[in-house]
Design a protein around this ligand. Structure first.
Ligand code: SF4
Ligand code: SF4
Length: 101
């Protein structure tokens, strides 16, 4: 089975370079505001909104490894992503979990 280490050359650890926030409703003005700051705004299936904010995690090393890997300090959203749980996650560019098994 593939894993993240084998895929870093493709994804560049894109999952560690953004934050996301969900909103029930956004006005056109707020969407424009986020977009002018480099964010990506998209609709979720339930018609709420998701805003992706470019933000590199301070725990990411220069060679795209997680300095908290294997530690209890690794944040929960960074754990447990696999083919069974991927529907709960925001998948990012080049992520191997965005590809069907
Ligand atoms: S804590 Fe580790 S896995 Fe989570 S975003 Fe930061 S570098 Fe990536
Ligand atoms: S979860 Fe996806 S984007 Fe993140 S390191 Fe693994 S393959 Fe790359």
């Amino acid at each position: 089975m593939n894993d993240c280490l084998d895929n870093l050359g493709v994804c560049g650890a894109s999952c560690c370079k953004f934050l996301y926030f969900d909103f029930k409703f956004l006005t056109d003005n707020m969407i424009y505001y986020y977009q002018t700051h480099g964010c990506t705004v998209s609709h979720l299936p339930d018609r709420s909104w998701r805003v992706l904010v470019p933000s590199r995690c301070i725990q990411l090393t220069a060679d795209n490894l997680c300095s908290l890997h294997g530690s209890a300090k690794k944040p929960f959203p960074c754990r447990d992503l696999d083919y069974k749980t991927k529907h709960k996650y925001q998948l990012t560019k080049g992520c191997l979990y965005g590809i069907e098994e």
